[in-house]
Design a binder for this molecule. Sequence first.
Ligand code: ZN
Length: 688
Amino acid sequence: MRKQSLFFLSLVGIIFFSCNPQKPEQAYQEASEDDTGFKYVTDRFADLQILRYKVPDFDELTLNQKKLVYYLSEAALSGRDIIYDQNYKYNLLVRRTIEGVYKSFPGDKTSDDFKAFETYAKRVWVSNGIHHHYSNKKLDPGFSKEYFAELINKSNEDSLPLEDIGGKQELIDKLTPILFDPELDSKKVNKDSGIDNIVESANNYYEGVTQEEVQQFYQSKKIEGVEKQPLWGLNSKVVRENGKVEEKVWKVGGIYTEAIEKIVYWLEKAITVAENDQQRKALEKLVEFYKTGDLKTFDEYSIEWVKDTESTVDVVNGFIEVYGDAIGYKGAYESVVSFKDFEASKRMTTLSENAQWFEDNSPILDENKKENVTGVSYKVITVAMEGGDAAPSTPIGINLPNSNWIREDYGSKSVSLGNIVASYNQASSKGSKNEFFLGEDVMLRIKEHGELAGKLHTALHEVIGHASGKLNPGVGTPHETLKNYASTLEEGRADLVALYYILDQKLVELGVIPTVDVGKTEYDTYITNGLMLQLRRLELGENVEQDHMRNRQLVAKWCYEKGQEENVIEKKVVDGKTYFVINDYEKLRELFGQLLREIQRIKSEGDYEAGKELVENYGVKVDPELHKEVLERYSKLDVAPYSAFIQPKIFPVKEGEEITDVKVEYPESFIDQMLYYGEKYSFLPNEN
Ligand code: ZN
């Protein structure tokens, strides 16, 4: 579930909300400012755009809550070096070299070469290292080895990380293959089958050991007969020492101690202003975990953290997600500091309170309905600071903790990052609406209701969708029965619940939406995205692989095909451009209902063959002609497939030693922020 929502999150903003206009500079002005003149999009390069987000209602917090946010933000940033080092052993050396050059190179900074270097620098900062943050492939510098040598030779010696290296020439010799040899450490994470995934991944979680050795090592850690075990391996690097496989733990006194001590320092400050005993208890456990490195303590922390539902301010801080490790043991350092968005959370609560009504009125087979359904608890938060793996590229939702037995025994927290999503929305513009949608009414509706439609789809998907339906007695978990098709079908099921209800008058009655036009808007964007827009994330010749992309195509294509006789969704070609126009929204809703009923049946009965059939027939294959057309139309729009964020600056106002207030500012320059972080939060040695 966690993985699904994270994927969903990272995709949603991009697919539904990022629509850039034709002439970047001009159009950004028009498109990226809100009524107050706040600029959301500040830069565009390579496959990226740089956004900012607001922290609304920060001033509504009490002084103690503001201090708490400030201390936790400093803790978040203090671990920044860790994610660089985790991603790749030489990332810190590369980053410090880049920073040194950027600050001290006296040559022409307007030349094409220097511009290429600057773009590379920004890409490294966005990815927390030299591998692409999404594809995991090594970034192509875009300038020559010779120019790289020139940059270093002309830069100020004191600005460069020469401590353990020697001189400039040694630095050049060391970094040239690291940056320029495409074969050397080419992928950060390599999950291909039939290879040693540890050896072939460039990340810094393992050194000198094979996949088999690591798997044996952790197999032997497991305590026989005990169900509730820690996530072994989450907080350490595995190395070979004196011929033996060993763990080096990330903790105070262990590796990363220089950064972890700072994190602990700020967490201890945070403890002094905790909002209540439960929050204090959780933070104390987190500090204890960082000091001891004991994973059982981390479990204790997670339990206390889940129990803390009353606090306004909340934080994720630790070694959390394991996607960066091909075999899923090692947790990447991340932190997200936030506080509750009370207004938006109310909408979620309303849906959750009516979960049984949605279940009873669902088009699924009666025998597949739950008698007692409780909506998944889902909250909207306002982000104040992100660090480590959660920045500059951010999730738009988080579902933690990751330990399954803790989730079962104590529950989990599932949140949507409201102000981040809002920023994605603001960053979008008329560009792709004009390009891919037909009809003035459709475009006006998207403009008026697009944002709410997206939010409500997510809420329905999470709160009602995943919670609905039940398995037939004796049927194994979807993971067991539907195997590799389980996630695609589950995400499709949750989407279909959302789509089915988003056109329902009930939502208007509940006060969640002003009109069912919100639902029509969601239908327009969902169908066009599923049949066309998302194809831009694929290269020509590729099939759809990613679970969420598969489910969206499955849903859209199935409905297109099944509705063909009645012309429910019409394919129109105007001036050589393809559009999918919905002629009958009510009929489309019926089709969504039919497919939902079928996918629920497949899940309830564990019908692998039928599930496979659906996914393979509708979710995987790409029409090469249409794909080519989409890529061409997008290339003219200059839309950035990925976004990264500038963090707000959160700082105390002091009278003497006493903090009398905490303020938020919104820096505009990504480069300046990266250089500032590089100076202020640079604690680790070059190699760890
Ligand atoms: Zn989902």
